[in-house]
Design a protein around this ligand. Structure first.
Ligand SMILES: Nc1ncnc2c1ncn2[C@@H]1O[C@H](COP(=O)(O)OP(=O)(O)OP(=O)(O)O)[C@@H](O)[C@H]1O
Ligand SMILES: [Mg+2]
Length: 373
């Protein structure tokens, strides 16, 4: 299959910039997620890779070949649309073999190919049925069959599960992922659902207003967010952003938040002014009022079975903690908050970017750079 390189790709519609100059690499065989809120430029990016839209500037390379100016028909990429448009008057077999037929493939080869694909998808027993009466899941499989039957270089999927209800969606997500693992086909998948991106992706690009905020593995994006936007967009509840006035010199490994010293990963830069401490709810430790730490009062608890979400009010705003449900905390209780130093991120509020530490530098290097800015 194929490696796809996006190099300084930009898209303007008249004077509106839908995608700012973007660069990232999709490695051969990767399940690659384009993630971000509505209107951030995901579909436009996907359409440019497929050749359904030409970039205003920049280059797209597929297996080393510059395809930026090639039409979709010459890129050998399969585009799986959200609304699976099957041919309603044809049976499953003919729907799947349609792309082969239009290529002029021989009948016998076509039958063999359809047999191979339907085996991968587990739909051998419905090949002769009309598509009209199929369940949503089977329709989805047939549409996928039609996309994979011609062995394209890569698959583009634009919110393919968007129209499904939650339970079925999860089931199809697992199926898509396991199908990918069997075929190892380079896949670019658009979603605005951060959980879906985390569960399914090998790599994630997070976009916002046409700008790439960060890309990397789900774990690096979760643990080492490059911007406050990523910190808040990923995770549920989101990462806590504790705002304070402070300063930090390169080499510092603690910062004053109000009257408290908080240990942070050793900074590799200098920063001063409005700063933001980022901490995931599961890394907030609840200690009793006599301990060291940020003072906070419990305002709500939400029981989730094995864990609970505890909402606290501090002089630096609201903080949410995720703890074991067995820990006894009551509304109105005064506590002290502790943080696990290795899990903290510090941001500059002015531009929303992370103040680099060795841990963030490592995540950025693993991703091959962060393109934001
Ligand atoms: N053909 C077009 N002409 C003008 N503006 C466009 C065109 N296509 C997209 N846009 C604009 O570009 C921006 C990005 O659109 P895009 O469809 O890529 O977003 P998206 O991230 O896929 O959003 P969604 O999650 O809602 O599908 C939007 O503001 C959209 O209105
Ligand atoms: Mg879209």
């Amino acid at each position: 299959m194929s490696e796809i390189i996006i190099k300084n790709v930009r898209k303007e519609f008249d004077d509106f910039v839908a995608v700012q100059s973007s660069s990232f690499t999709i490695e051969d065989g990767e399940f690659f997620m384009l993630l971000g809120p509505s209107g951030c430029g995901k579909t436009t990016t996907l359409r440019m890779i497929a050749g359904l839209e030409l970039p205003t500037s920049g280059e797209i390379l597929i297996d080393g070949q510059d395809v930026s100016r090639l039409p979709a028909s010459q890129r050998d990429i399969a585009f799986v649309f959200q609304m699976f448009a099957l041919y309603p008057h044809m049976n499953v077999r003919n729907n799947i073999s349609y792309p082969l037929k239009s290529q002029g493939m021989r009948r016998r080869d076509m039958r063999a190919k359809v047999a191979e694909v339907s085996k991968i998808l587990g739909i051998e027993d419905i090949l002769d049925k009309p598509v009209g009466g199929l369940s949503g899941g089977d329709r989805q499989r047939v549409a996928l069959g039609r996309a994979i039957v011609r062995d394209p270089k890569a698959f583009m999927m634009d919110e393919p599960l968007g129209a499904l209800d939650a339970e079925f969606r999860e089931h199809m997500a697992e199926e898509l992922r396991s199908l990918h693992d069997r075929m190892n086909a380079t896949t670019v998948y658009v979603t605005h659902d951060q959980l879906e991106a985390m569960q399914m992706g090998d790599k994630i690009v997070v976009m916002n207003h046409g700008v790439i905020e960060q890309f990397g593995t789900p774990q690096d994006i979760y643990d080492r967010p490059a911007t406050t936007f990523v910190a808040e967009f990923i995770g549920s509840p989101a990462m806590n952003l504790i705002r304070f006035e402070g300063q930090l010199a390169a080499g510092d490994d603690a910062v004053s938040v109000g009257s408290h010293r908080v240990a942070v990963p050793q900074s590799s830069a200098t920063a001063a002014g409005k700063l933001v401490l980022g901490v995931r709810p599961e890394h907030v430790q609840l200690n009793d009022a006599s301990a060291e730490g940020l003072a906070a009062r419990v305002v709500a608890t939400e029981y989730l079975g094995t864990t609970q979400i505890v909402t606290l009010e501090s002089e630096h705003g609201e903080v949410k903690a995720r703890t074991a449900a067995s820990i006894d905390v009551g509304v109105g209780e005064n506590l002290r908050l502790g943080f696990d130093v290795r899990t903290l991120s510090l941001f500059d509020e002015a531009d929303g970017k992370v103040i680099p530490s060795a841990l963030h530098d490592q995540a950025r290097d693993r991703a091959g750079g962060w393109a934001h800015g």
